[in-house]
Design a protein around this ligand. Structure first.
Ligand code: HPA
Ligand code: ZN
Length: 343
């Protein structure tokens, strides 16, 4: 699926990206061999052939299974560095990266191993190719709140490396309210907050994420459209939704990409962004996600520009940092619009 040059060139931020979801089959095999971890596959093609999901849970089962090859600090470093290199090639200037510490500490990998590997890659990528980043530590919502609290406490010595906490994994039956105390503590410790909501859970989970977790952004949020008052609230407060079109398609959150709610959300005044979620599993990085909605929903260049602009506005950067990146975007896209408007 070729990506139009206009999408490729647009400076953009990626705000919804699970680093464990960037584990490409080749890397999975290489790490498995290096670490002596048994995986039931011999080739990349065999692995890719298993990536057919009927729902979120089927994906999560494979995603956690894949993560088992991540053992040493070097693995986390290489995984993160490879993603940042790829993202920078797609003109991502800033990435807010989620990680799932419990999926590693639960297997006996120390928290320090995970965060040291990721953090070093963020620093190196910044100096090597100038991509800015922030880290989001996600709690696994299928585990209990005490486990999340223990994880938060493990993270406190590293608080200067982590911008926000998040909430991911099996949504239905694990409402945001289950984690109200953990998020209150995290906010008191100075972390910002985001949460997955309305992916396969109801609109009420989006409302709970706002009211009980006080999140600054909603990851996915598709089901918000079921609740008119909630949509009005999200629009009024300019609360960003980090949409992931290919993820939604592959997990059956939308029946086909032409029915993706992005355009309707834009029309209703919502601050939406385009992201890749777990690109190694869903068949595309951020530009491919822009591409599928551009093609299926017929987005114009000004609308694509707006999505890229939203990605900076919805980020956790400071106002001057946002301004500088939006100026770069305008410099790139503004010229194009000027040409388009010329008689
Ligand atoms: N939803 C919930 N949990 C996740 C996802 C997702 O899309 N990706 C990785 N963990
Ligand atoms: Zn996600």
């Amino acid at each position: 699926m070729p990506v139009p040059a206009y999408i490729e060139r647009l400076p953009k931020a990626e705000l919804h990206l699970h680093i464990e979801g960037t584990l490409e089959p080749a890397m999975m095999l290489a790490f498995a061999v290096r670490n002596g971890v048994d995986v039931p596959y011999r080739t990349e093609a065999e692995i890719a052939a298993t990536y057919r999901f009927r729902n979120l849970q089927e994906f999560l089962d494979l995603y956690y299974q894949g993560s088992r090859v991540l053992i040493a600090e070097r693995d986390f470093y290489e995984l993160t560095h490879a993603y940042l290199s790829k993202a920078r090639q797609q003109n991502v200037l800033h990435a807010e990266i989620s990680f799932d510490p419990q999926s590693h500490t639960g297997r006996g990998v120390p928290f320090a191993t995970v965060i040291d590997g990721i953090h070093q890659a963020l620093q190196d990528a910044k100096s090597e190719f100038g991509i800015g980043t922030k880290l989001i530590m996600c709690f696994l919502r299928h585990l209990d709140a005490e486990d999340a609290m223990t994880t938060l406490e493990m993270a406190l010595p590293y608080r200067d490396r982590i911008a926000a906490v998040g909430l991911d994994s099996s949504e239905f039956g694990n409402p945001p309210a289950k984690f109200a105390k953990v998020f209150a503590r995290a906010r008191a410790e100075g972390f910002l907050a985001v949460a997955h909501a309305g992916e396969d859970g109801p609109a009420d989970y989006v409302r709970q994420a706002l009211d009980e977790l006080r999140v600054a952004r909603i990851d996915h949020g598709n089901r918000s459209l079921d609740d008119k008052a909630l949509v009005q609230r999200l629009a009024r407060t300019r609360t960003p939704l980090t949409l992931c079109p290919l993820s939604n398609l592959r997990l059956g959150v939308v029946p086909d990409i032409g029915r993706h709610p992005l355009r309707e959300m834009m029309a209703r005044g919502l601050m939406v962004t385009v992201n890749s979620d777990d690109p190694a599993y869903f068949g595309g990085y951020v530009n491919e996600n822009y591409r599928v909605v551009e093609e299926a929903l017929g987005l114009s260049e000004p609308e694509l520009y707006q999505l890229a602009r939203n990605s900076f506005e919805a980020s956790f950067l400071s106002a001057p940092e946002k301004q500088a990146l939006i100026a770069e975007l305008d410099n790139c896209a503004g010229r194009k619009f000027a040409v388009a408007r010329a008689p």
